[in-house]
Design a protein around this ligand. Structure first.
Ligand code: 5CA
Ligand code: ZN
Length: 415
């Protein structure tokens, strides 16, 4: 499907260091992201378009945007694919609740998402891939698993159709993405879209690959499967494999996807004989009043609402970057106001006629981003330079422009 407009990255002198980042599988120590043949493939789990982009979504996409910028600055090429879950349970339910066609709802919310991403100067993915347009390739991936004998079918009441499940018992290494205990998995599986109580399942955690047609629900016939629609996790396994080839270098998304989504995405790839991803990078949850911001709970701060209220998108970006991606945080109006004040101060500091040399600050920003993506520290480094410039410290007339271009190139912040 259509992505959003290209974002130009200004050229800056020199070269950044290679990125090391926290991989959920590897544990606490950041691991280097090297890619293959000078290229890094990144797949980030995209939106389910039944409501508008909130700050949690924005945090996830800005984090992977900065990762892409840092990798490019280090001389690597980046190939980035993101999906749109434009047919799934929560979307269909919301459409029924609101009395609208699910396709219209998905289209409208995806359009708003593109606008929000454009406003936030997020680099567009090379491909934004919807599920509806990918039914054939997802069905083919399901069919391959059926042929491999790692699935089973369960009858559907009052229907000739059958739901197809992956048999996790046939998947070596299941659980290695999250390293969660069985108790932890059992505790969240229902709220995260699983159906452990479905009669006949071999393992309550077995993921649904293909859901047989039900009255009033959309369905497709593809790849020799009976009419139905894909389960959630298989869309990402199939789209990532099709567009990027396995293993991808980075599987990304919010930390709410570690289990079951990324665990199942990996299990489905393993079941088909492929390793899914070399590294798993997760944005920790953004919350409001101590609870994860989520469309289902409705405790949202929307990017479009903030924009309509006159908040600068660049201030929103600074708010997001003021928090480490790998630690959870709560939105507050005070933090939003502080980000706006910071943006104004930067504008002042970066519009002086001369300032202290930019080179040491640029080197320090590159280092702190490459070393685990410490964006809050990068912002403080800019703050320090800005304060000197505002005080009128003499120096280099090229420095303000050079630093402004660096902030744009590496942090995506345009002052
Ligand atoms: N379509 C699926 C992924 S295949 C999905 O999770 N959609 S979503 O709309 O619920 O979320 C979109 C992205 O934002 C996902 O990567 C998700 O992990 C991330 N996300 C959702 N809520 C938050 C939050 N509160 N904080 C940070 N990231 C979040
Ligand atoms: Zn996904």
């Amino acid at each position: 499907m259509q992505t959003w407009p290209t974002v130009v990255i200004p050229a800056i002198p020199g070269r950044g260091q290679s990125l090391s980042i926290h991989d959920t599988v590897a544990g606490a120590e950041p691991v280097p992201v090297t890619g293959h043949d000078g290229q890094v493939s990144i797949y980030v789990c995209g939106i389910t378009p039944y409501d508008a982009t909130h700050l949690g979504h924005a945090a996830t996409y800005v984090t992977f945007d900065v990762i892409g910028r840092v990798l490019r600055d280090a001389g690597l090429r980046v190939r980035y694919v993101q999906n749109v879950t434009d047919v799934d349970e929560p979307l269909l339910q919301r459409a029924v609740r609101d009395g609208v066609d699910w396709r219209d709802l998905a289209e409208a919310e995806t359009a708003l998402f593109r606008e929000d991403m454009t406003a936030l100067a997020v680099l567009p993915p090379d491909e934004l891939v919807g599920v509806v347009e990918s039914i054939d390739l997802i069905a083919a991936a399901v069919q391959r698993l059926v042929t491999d004998g790692v699935t089973y079918a369960l009858p559907v009441e009052d229907s000739a159709g059958e739901d197809i499940y992956l048999d996790l018992a046939s998947v070596p290494g299941f659980g290695e993405v999250s390293s969660w205990s069985r108790e932890q998995m059992d505790a969240v599986i229902v709220e995260r879209g699983g159906d452990p109580n479905r009669p006949g399942k071999r393992d309550p955690l077995d993921p649904l690959l293909w859901r047989a047609e039900r009255p009033g629900e959309p369905s497709w016939s593809a790849a020799g499967l009976a009419p139905g629609r894909p389960g959630w996790h298989i869309e990402c396994t199939a789209i990532a494999a099709d567009r990027l080839g396995l293993p991808i270098d980075i599987q990304g998304g919010g930390s709410d996807l570690v289990f079951p989504h990324h665990e199942m995405s990996a299990a489905q790839a393993t079941a088909a004989g492929a390793e899914f991803a070399a590294a798993y990078v997760h944005q920790e949850m953004v919350g409001l009043h101590g609870h994860k911001m989520s469309k289902s709970k409705g405790n949202l701060v929307l990017v479009s609402r903030l924009r309509a209220d006159g908040v600068s998108p660049m201030a929103i970006r600074l708010l997001l970057l003021a928090h480490r991606y790998d630690a959870p945080w709560d939105y507050t109006e005070d933090a939003m106001a502080a980000a706006t004040t910071r943006l104004e101060r930067w504008r002042e500091g970066l519009s002086v006629n001369e300032g202290p040399s930019a080179e040491p600050v640029i080197a320090a920003i590159r280092e702190t981003l490459a070393n685990g993506l410490d964006t809050p520290h990068a912002l403080r480094l800019v703050d320090a330079w800005v304060e000197q410039a505002v005080r009128g410290e003499p120096g280099d007339p090229a420095a303000p422009g050079l630093l402004a271009r660096t902030i744009d190139a590496l942090l995506g912040v345009r002052v």
